[in-house]
Every structure is written in C-alpha cells, then in structure tokens.
Design a protein around this ligand. Structure first.
Ligand code: TYD
Length: 144
C-alpha cells in the first residue's frame, strides 16, 4: 500500500495475472486480517454508461471506507480533506485507491463509458453522506 499526501487516501497496485495472449486477470482479496483491502466488503457497485466530461460525486462519507478502481477507461479522482487536494488518475485496470477517511471527492470521466467499480465497507446508507461542501468543512473543523 502506498501513502499519498492526504491521510486516509492510499494507492494499491492490484495484483494481476497475465494469461498469455488472452488478457489479464486482476484480483484483490479483502478481509479484516489486512490483505489488500483491510475492511470487509459489504457492497459492490459500479458506474457505467457515463458520457465523457461528466463530473460525479461531490460528497464525502462519514464512516464508509471504499476501494475504487477503473477496469476500463480513464477517470480522475479529485480528493480533498479541506487542507490538501490531490488528483489521482485511474487509467490502468490494476490501479486502485483506498479511501478510509471522510474525504471530499469528485470523479471526472475522461473517456466515455469508463467504468468505476467500488467495494464498500458498509451497506448503502444515505445518512453517511455529507453532500454539502460547507457542512463538510464544518464537520472536519469539529473533528467528526
Ligand atoms: P451517489 O453516491 O450520489 O453517486 P455519485 O457519487 O457517483 O454521483 O449515488 C447516486 C444515487 O444512487 C443516489 O441517489 C444514491 C443511490 N445509491 C444507491 O441507492 N445505492 C448505492 O449503493 C449507491 C452508491 C448509490
């Protein structure tokens, strides 16, 4: 796992196996005994059929931890903890980002039909979202 300039945002290179002439098989394993994704994955979702230039996201999660990867295409994650901002390009199928803190995120589609896959540590809960940036700043100032 490789740390970034923002605490709670780490990169991993997903392991992959080349099946000669037939492509690559990428895989990671997750469980609480610290494998590639150190949380139980309770939910998987993926975003498809997004036109080029679209920017999704614009929210943070209070408790949810996620692993994000792009098996096809090119998506830029714009991540901020209010003090620092980093852009991470998901442009290789074996590159993944783990977000384990309340980080404000936007996702930009650089290529039409890029696929964003997410493994999430919790079931869907709208109450875990902070969708207003001012509220996010307040939340981070309060420290919770
Ligand atoms: P949202 O997380 O806001 O998408 P993005 O950050 O990519 O723009 O989710 C879009 C909508 O889908 C929102 O109404 C919540 C709903 N949703 C679910 O019902 N289940 C899920 O697992 C997720 C991730 C979203």
């Amino acid at each position: 796992m490789q740390k970034t300039e923002i605490g709670g945002v780490d990169l991993i290179e997903i392991k992959r196996i080349e099946t000669l002439g037939e492509g690559y098989l990428q895989f990671f394993e997750g469980n609480s005994f610290q494998k590639d994704f150190p949380y139980e994955i309770k939910r998987i979702y993926y975003i498809t059929e997004t036109p080029k230039g679209i920017c999704r996201g614009g929210h943070a999660h209070k408790a949810l931890k996620q692993i994000l990867f792009c098996p096809y295409g090119d998506i830029t994650l714009v991540l901020s903890d209010t003090k620092k901002r980093i852009d991470i390009k998901l442009d290789k199928p074996n590159k993944a980002v783990i977000i384990s803190k309340p980080i404000w995120r936007e996702m930009r589609w650089n290529i039409e039909n890029s696929v964003l896959c997410v493994g999430a540590s919790e079931y869907y809960d709208e109450n875990d979202y902070i969708r207003d940036y001012d509220q996010y700043i307040e939340y981070m100032k309060r420290g919770k």
